[in-house]
Design a protein around this ligand. Structure first.
Ligand code: PXL
Length: 274
C-alpha cells in the first residue's frame, strides 16, 4: 500500500486541509499520514478563528519517524502556517524524499488576488524555494501570479496560462499546474507544463455557477490528484480526474439548499472516486 504524508493544518470546522485530504486519499486505498502544521478552530475565511501554531512540534514528530525508519512514497504539502514552516517542509523533503518519491506542493496562500489572512508579504518568496524542489506544483491563478511576482489579473487567455505555467517551472519545479483557469465562457479547469517532457496539457469541465464561495475546493482538487497519482494513474489522467471530481462536488453542493457556506460537499460524491 502506498503511504503519503501530507503536511498541512487541521481546521476543526471548515472543510479543508487535512479534513479533506484524509478521506479523499484513503478512498483511493492509500495510507495518508499527517504532519499537522497548526490546529485552527475554523479556517481563516470565518470571521472568528483561533490558531494553535505547531511549528515547534514538527521536528519532534519527524525525528521519531526517522528513528522508526518510516518512509513515504509521496510528500504532499498544503497550508503552511508561516515562513518557518515552509523551511520545515523543505527539511521534510530532504529527510523523506529521494529517488522514486514524489513531492507535490500546493502553494496555498491566497485567492482573488489577495494573500489569505495571516500571511506575511514575504511568504511567497519562501514558498518559491519549496516549489523549486517539487515534482509538481498546483497554484491557483492568484498564487501563480504571486510566485511569478507579476501583478494579479482576474483572468488570462489559454496561451497566457500556458506561458505562466512554463515560467513557473523555470524556478525549478518539474511540472506546474495552474488551477481555476477559465479561458472560455462556461468552462473551468487547469493548464499544465511539464518541463522534463516539454509538454503542455489542459483539461476543463463545465463551470458550475454558484452564488457562494468555494472554500476548500483547491484542497479537494489537490487531494484527488495526489490520491490518483499514488494509486497509479498517469499524472495527466489524475489531474483530469481531480478537475471532474471537484466540478461534480461543486454541482452537488449547489443542489443542496442546506449546504454549508464554508466548504463544498465533496462527501456526497466521495463514493464515485476510484
Ligand atoms: O483551503 C485552503 C486553506 C487551508 N487551511 C486554512 C485556510 C485555508 C484557506 O483560507 O484558512 C487554515
Amino acid at each position: 500500500m502506498k503511504r503519503i504524508v501530507t503536511m498541512q493544518d487541521i481546521s476543526c470546522v471548515g472543510k479543508c486541509s487535512a479534513s479533506v485530504a484524509l478521506p479523499i486519499i484513503s478512498s483511493f486505498g492509500c495510507e495518508c499520514a499527517i504532519l499537522p502544521t497548526a490546529v485552527l478552530s475554523t479556517h481563516t475565511a470565518f470571521e472568528h478563528f483561533n490558531i494553535v501554531d505547531l511549528t515547534d512540534n514538527i521536528t519532534a514528530v519527524t525525528d521519531v519517524w526517522k528513528k522508526e525508519k518510516i518512509d513515504f512514497d509521496m510528500v504532499y504539502t498544503g497550508y503552511l502556517a508561516g515562513n518557518r514552516q515552509v523551511d520545515l517542509a523543505r527539511d521534510l523533503w530532504s529527510d523523506f524524499g529521494g529517488e522514486g518519491k514524489l513531492l507535490f506542493v500546493d502553494p496555498v496562500m491566497g485567492d482573488f488576488g489577495k494573500l489569505y489572512t495571516g500571511f506575511e508579504s514575504s511568504y511567497p518568496s519562501h514558498m518559491r524555494k519549496l516549489c523549486s524542489l517539487a515534482d509538481i506544483i498546483v497554484p491557483n491563478l492568484t498564487e501563480a501570479f504571486c510566485l511569478l511576482e507579476r501583478p494579479y489579473r482576474e483572468s488570462v487567455t489559454l496561451d497566457e496560462a500556458f506561458e505562466m505555467a512554463k515560467a513557473l517551472t523555470e524556478g525549478g519545479a518539474k511540472a506546474a499546474v495552474i488551477t481555476g483557469i477559465s479561458p472560455r465562457a462556461g468552462k473551468l479547469g487547469i493548464v499544465k507544463y511539464d518541463r522534463v517532457k516539454n509538454k503542455y496539457f489542459s483539461h476543463f469541465s463545465d463551470m458550475v455557477h454558484t452564488d457562494f464561495p468555494l472554500h476548500g475546493s483547491g484542497d479537494v482538487f489537490a487531494s484527488v490528484a495526489v490520491g490518483a497519482i499514488a494509486s497509479g494513474e498517469g499524472i495527466d489522467e489524475a489531474l483530469a480526474m481531480a478537475v471532474d471530481f471537484t466540478a461534480e462536488a461543486v454541482a452537488e453542493t449547489a443542489k443542496n439548499k442546506d449546504h454549508r457556506w464554508y466548504g463544498i460537499d465533496f462527501e456526497t460524491v466521495l463514493q464515485r472516486l476510484k
